[in-house]
Design a binder for this molecule. Structure first.
Ligand code: ATP
Ligand code: LTN
Length: 337
């Protein structure tokens, strides 16, 4: 792709940590939104391996998952010819700008981040500096590419807000440097909840959570998980996230998988029991994920192809990232050589 021509389109950027298997939540909350927009935007999507090590990872697993995640991005419809797909640690400008932005992110605002509080509670024995300054690195990931939109799930909106604050603060001191990006959250599926605890987000790093559907799950596992999904004691398929979180979550998933509205779903299942509904949701998810799983398995067989994708992606990403970092280094007063 000619970088100069592409730069005229609005820019989209996002990333996911290779900290676990991608879930149905990662797909409908994020990746699906990325894949639909390749023709109209200049898109950058990466595997956030630098972010993944804020929680302890087994090196071999991290390496394997990073490559698998790339194969899954492609299987979900991200064409590497049209989108720049890369591994975060291959573009060292992320770490460098991350350091600079740390000096413009305030202790108080970093302390208020919900993800930091959640992860600290879950990893009480490893509340490290990286976990705390995670949002400054995420701000760097974003601002290096001067994007217009950052497509993410609901839980990441707060980090994108902080990125805007940091960018505005920096621009205020040094003049126009960064474009102020906007988060882009899907209307349906911005927060897919666990099937066994619909008050908690479906999360990829909680391996043993039976309420989690991963993209590589076999049809029989998907069906089993949906059959065991937590519902309520009524027998009415009705959208009410406060009073009926389990059913509302299943409706969200069904809506995301079939494109039907909540009213249509309520009408479709009026007078039916929950068992019937759960089976239908399970079947819809099986069909949604089947092509992704099959394509991923196929792509993973060709390691040389995957290597060529991430090598080319890093080159294209770095071309843009370097320009922004240079500008920042000049503005803050570093001697250039
Ligand atoms: P971890 O458990 O390792 O913290 P995660 O499952 O929360 O990871 P992320 O890497 O944080 O996944 O998220 C990747 C992207 O997918 C983000 O844009 C996030 O908002 C979105 N996302 C993750 N889980 C869900 C979910 N359950 N529903 C909707 N979107 C989600
Ligand atoms: N923090 C995000 C992953 C992430 C990201 C980014 C998302 C890292 N850098 C830049 C969008 C843009 C997460 O935990 N899901």
């Amino acid at each position: 792709m000619d970088v100069n021509t592409a730069a005229k389109k609005p820019v989209m950027l996002s990333g996911i940590k290779p900290s676990g298997e991608l879930t149905l939540g990662s797909y409908v909350g994020a990746i699906r939104n990325w894949a639909e927009r390749a023709d109209d935007y200049d898109c950058y999507y990466f595997m956030a391996d630098l972010h993944a090590i804020t929680v302890r990872q087994k090196p071999a697993d991290l390496r394997r998952r990073t490559i698998e995640q790339l194969a899954q991005y492609i299987a979900c419809g991200l064409d590497p010819e049209k989108n720049t797909l890369f591994i975060q640690s291959h573009v060292h400008e992320h770490a460098e700008l991350g350091w600079v932005l740390n000096c413009y992110a305030m202790f108080g605002e970093l302390s208020r981040m919900t993800q930091f509080k959640d992860k600290s509670a879950k990893n009480a024995e490893n509340i490290n500096g990286g976990l705390f300054t995670y949002p400054s690195l995420m701000a760097a990931d974003i601002l290096l590419y001067q994007p217009d939109y950052v497509p993410v799930g609901e839980d990441q909106k707060q980090h994108v807000e902080l990125t805007r604050d940091i960018a505005n603060r920096f621009n205020g001191v040094y003049g126009e440097t960064f474009k102020i990006p906007q988060s882009f959250v899907p209307k349906i599926g911005a927060r897919v909840m666990s099937l066994v605890d619909p008050t908690r987000k479906m999360s990829k790093s909680e391996d043993e959570d039976p309420g989690r559907i991963i993209l590589m799950d076999k049809p029989e596992d998907i069906m089993r998980r949906f059959k065991r999904a937590v519902t309520d004691s009524e027998a009415e398929v009705r959208y009410d996230p406060e009073k009926k979180p389990g059913i509302s979550n299943l409706m969200t998933i069904y809506a995301a998988a079939t494109g039907r509205s909540f009213a249509e779903i309520e009408a479709e299942f009026a007078g039916h029991g929950y068992g019937d509904f759960k089976t239908k949701v399970g079947e819809a998810v099986v069909e949604l994920l089947r092509p992704i799983r099959e394509k991923t398995e196929e792509i993973l067989k060709d390691k040389a192809y995957l290597e060529s994708v991430y090598t080319d992606g890093a080159r294209r990403a770095q071309y843009i990232a370097r320009k922004t970092l240079d500008k920042v280094y000049r503005k803050v007063g570093f001697v250039r050589h």
